[in-house]
Design a protein around this ligand. Structure first.
Ligand SMILES: *[C@@H]1O[C@H](CO)[C@@H](O)[C@H](O)[C@H]1NC(C)=O
Ligand SMILES: *[C@@H]1O[C@H](CO)[C@@H](O)[C@H](O)[C@H]1NC(C)=O
Length: 400
């Protein structure tokens, strides 16, 4: 349309020439006529030719700009003025008070909608593997062998080892603008295992992909994990799954495993989900809730210390499990599953999973997939996706 318009404009200026050479011009005639017509016109106006070319180009650019204007997002300095309120971007890790007034059906509908959004935003699980350690020099030779298993078996995945300094950079870049308290927490926690726990949730929430502890070993390429698991669930598509969870503990038989045994081993329930490995599409509500929940509880704990500072917070081993570790992780997941299923899912339903089980958009793997060789939970090595070698480095060196 704009081509026609332009041509008509020039034709209008040069009617006699066009009439002379016939109306159906060939391209080069058009050019000639345009240029000769143009120079006549310029002579008439006494404008230097170079200046005109610049003017024409500028006009063209203006039209292009005006054409694209509706697609250009409003610059932030404009929206600050027009909103007239605080310019701070929306906080991500905050409990929504409106949630409390929702009916179970409304909560379920909300979570289903969020799950759909997450799947649409990332049609696949990001092909990324994340690990963390203090520096790029790993504690011992075994760890190099273990980390290389991830890279060797998954050449199409981006592998990234976050160190203390690059991890802090990651947290600042991704969260300072919206949730500065998260950055403060991450930097100030004296017991660094808490920060290491936090980091995996933050990375899974923001970037997604696979987080796995340094003492894990890849046994089967990640690309095969979903298909191999869904074999057990006819009708479930990979696109139905947004997050994958492994079993750390599955000891429902009270005769065999007493309450004391469960407690002495450092478990709070007979079913526990592991967080040494997390596999997720970015933006998942379970991760958002986990981060929100741990942030709120540590903030409260800090306010109760003598100084009121995060730096003064000291936890016992069990408190660590409860604040940032698998105890809280398990509770957050159970609550999410209840809500997205719209019913109370009993703990028995997580027991003795064969292959995999799905609740909402969450896939639960049998113990043998991500925690093979745990005798108490009856998981065996034959069909494992990974092995966990339980170096548990944090138990020794983070007591200070
Ligand atoms: C985080 O953002 C605040 C406010 O914009 C800024 O003052 C602060 O320096 C930032 N912190 C870091 C670590 O970049
Ligand atoms: C629970 O464990 C006991 C003792 O090992 C065993 O006899 C019993 O069959 C188990 N119950 C179930 C339901 O597996």
């Amino acid at each position: 349309m704009s081509g026609e318009f332009r041509r008509d404009m020039f034709r209008g200026l040069n009617n006699p020439i066009y009439r002379g050479s016939g109306y159906e011009d060939k391209d080069d005639t058009v050019k000639q006529s345009w240029s000769s017509g143009l120079s006549q016109f310029l002579n008439m106006l006494r404008i230097p030719r170079r200046q005109t070319i610049i003017t024409v180009l500028n006009t063209l650019l203006l039209f292009i700009f005006l054409y694209h204007l509706p697609n250009i997002s409003t610059p932030s300095f404009i929206s600050i003025g027009s909103r007239g309120s605080s310019a701070a971007p929306r906080q991500m890790f905050i409990s929504d008070p409106a949630e409390l007034t929702l009916s179970p059906q409304q909560r379920q509908a909300r979570l289903l909608e969020k799950a759909r959004d997450v799947a649409i935003a990332s049609p696949n699980f990001p092909a990324k593997i994340w690990q963390t350690w203090k520096t790029i020099s790993l504690p011992n030779d075994d760890d190099y062998k273990l980390t290389s298993s991830w890279q060797r078996l998954n050449p199409s995945h981006d592998y990234r080892l976050l160190t203390d300094s690059t991890a802090e950079q990651y947290v600042i870049e991704n969260f300072n603008a919206t949730d500065p308290y998260i950055v403060h927490l991450y930097r100030s926690l004296t017991q660094r295992i808490l920060a290491a726990d936090m980091l995996r949730y933050l990375v899974m929430y923001r970037s997604g992909g696979l987080y796995t502890d340094l003492d894990t070993e890849c046994k089967l390429p990640i690309d095969r994990w979903l298909d191999d698991s869904l074999v057990h669930l006819p009708g479930v598509q990979p696109s139905d799954i947004n997050v994958v969870i492994g079993m750390e503990l599955d000891v429902l038989n009270r005769t065999k495993w007493s309450d004391d045994w469960v407690k002495d081993c450092g478990f709070s329930q007979r079913i526990q989900f592991l967080q040494w490995t997390v596999w997720a599409r970015p933006g998942h509500e379970i991760l958002r809730r986990m981060i929100t929940s741990l942030q709120d509880t540590v903030r409260t704990d800090a306010s109760l210390t003598s100084t009121g500072n995060v730096q003064s917070v000291r936890y016992t081993g069990n408190q660590i499990l409860d604040r940032t570790g698998p105890w809280r992780w398990t509770r957050v997941i159970q609550r999410y599953v209840d809500e997205i299923e719209g019913r109370t899912v009993s703990i028995e339903e997580f027991g003795a999973i064969r292959g995999a089980r799905r609740f909402g958009d969450v896939l639960f793997l049998s113990g043998s997939r991500w925690s093979p060789g745990l005798e108490h939970s009856g998981s065996d090595d034959a069909e494992s996706f990974l092995a966990h070698h339980f170096h548990g480095s944090w138990k020794g060196d983070d007591k200070n």
